[in-house]
Design a protein. Sequence first.
Length: 209
Amino acid sequence: MLYFQPRGGWIEVICGSMFSGKTEELIRRVRRAEIARQHVQAFKARLDDRYSASQVASHDGLQYYAEVIERAAEILERLRPETNVVAIDEAQFFDWAVADVARVLADRGLRVIITGLDLDFRGEPFGPMPLLMAEAEMVDKLHAICVVCGAAASRTQRLINGEPANYSDPIILVGASEVYEARCRDCHKVPGRPVVEWLQVKGPRPDSF
């Protein structure tokens, strides 16, 4: 949530698991910006075609027109002179340059709104999202509801034929409710996840002091 307005440009990151309402919040913010007569450009990765090829689309049907691009650098190439708000949906699908692009835009005085999964299906940091979150002035982490126990869900469970996907599976597999569920930490399962040896020994990590 935007509690204050920094001087110049800034970066806002909306993160969380799938089904947590990230894209709905992005659309809400850009529509409010348009009401304030600001000029918005939205971008999405070509890889994300789950609901629409040319729209930022939420799971519950909300949509907003977006320019489809392959590389993060295309945002700078396509930026219009009058634009003062840039929205980037599902940033985890972009190359690492998206963090540099966001920084350049903010340094130019633009407001940059970014959504993305902070964790992949294995429960590990997803692509450029950690860099974006570190660079941002504001980070909002949204939660879904765990489909197993009803607790706040911070993880995305991938299912293959109804069973949890193995740790060694490809990180990126575009899909929606037919492949993914929102789950809490306790209900999130990743068969084959490696265990660091020192974690199996009681007491602090040897090099933690």
